[in-house]
Design a protein around this ligand. Structure first.
Ligand code: KIV
Length: 285
């Protein structure tokens, strides 16, 4: 098993050494065209961004899920633009290769297209993001166009859009019925027409996600949207096993980091209490 893991990480390393070029919005569109799947994870801080970027990830999303994961809120609603700027700055400092996308937080783009452009500009200029992500379909296409016209690449986000949780009332799978599915397809086409370079599809039936993916020239990135998407995204803390309370069907855990951390901290406490730490080699003369 361990040699399997090391072989795998060796090949990933070789891949990122052989493809040291920075990932751009153009690169991810080309990946769809060539059939290469796009890998995307969230990151909210420098250290995690450095590790995930060095491992060879294509896209790092500074998700507004920082509201849940970093700040302990129940929803993404409370996170502010200032918080997102801070998290994005931290991530950008840790990244050499990946495309860094910053989520525009709730109410930073819904009031007017002008205000949205100002706020998107802050995520680019002050935080160093390479692109921004907005949730929604037909109602935000004017805003999307305004941001793109200023030279800022935009990623869309349809299906379960967590900023609308109080409207949905639940985090269940979206677009299961014909009307909502048809609306989603229309929204996806409208966003593509408005100029988004890629589209996140969250928690929708896999057949619908595959259908949308086939109809679009731009890549789709799925989370709980099945195999038919052009790429996949997960919240990094979830896939590392640092959040055992969250176990949706779509989540695959690649490690049990919570266990590793708990055991390390317990060992440290024991060593301090037993006067085993620090030892002679761990102190100065
Ligand atoms: O904020 C986030 O983590 C996201 C992903 C779930 C796509 O938007």
């Amino acid at each position: 098993m361990s040699s399997q893991i090391s072989k795998k990480s060796e090949s990933t390393l070789v891949h990122s050494i052989l493809t040291p070029l920075k990932v751009t919005t153009q690169t991810v569109v080309e990946m769809k065209q060539s059939g290469e799947k796009i890998s995307m994870l969230t990151a909210y801080d420098f250290t995690m961004a450095r590790i995930v970027d060095t491992a060879g990830i294509d896209i790092l999303l500074v998700g507004d899920s920082a509201s849940n994961v970093m700040a302990g809120n129940d929803t993404t609603v409370p996170i502010t633009l200032e918080h997102m700027i801070y998290h994005t700055q931290c991530v950008v400092r840790g990244v050499d290769r990946a495309l860094v996308i910053a989520d525009m937080p709730f109410m930073s783009y819904q009031v007017t297209p002008k205000e949205a452009l100002t706020n998107a500009g802050r995520l680019m200029k002050e935080a160093g993001a390479h692109a921004v992500k907005l949730e929604g379909g037909r109602t935000i296409t004017d805003t999307v166009k305004k941001i793109i016209d200023a030279g800022i690449p935009v990623m869309g986000h349809l299906g379960l859009t967590p900023q609308s949780i109080y409207q949905f009332g639940t985090y269940k799978v979206r677009a299961k019925d014909r009307t909502e599915a048809d609306q989603l397809i229309e929204d996806a086409l409208k966003l593509q027409e408005a100029g988004v370079f890629a589209l996140v599809l969250e928690k929708i039936p896999s057949v619908l996600a595959a259908k949308v993916t086939k109809q679009l020239q731009i890549p789709t990135i799925g989370i709980g949207a099945g195999q038919g998407c052009d790429g996949q995204v997960l919240v990094v803390h979830d896939m590392l096993g640092m959040n055992k309370h969250f176990s949706p069907r779509f989540l695959r855990r690649y490690a049990d980091v919570e266990l590793v951390m708990t055991q390390a901290v317990q060992q440290y406490i024991e060593d301090v209490k037993n006067k085993d730490f620090p030892n002679e080699n761990e102190q100065y003369a």
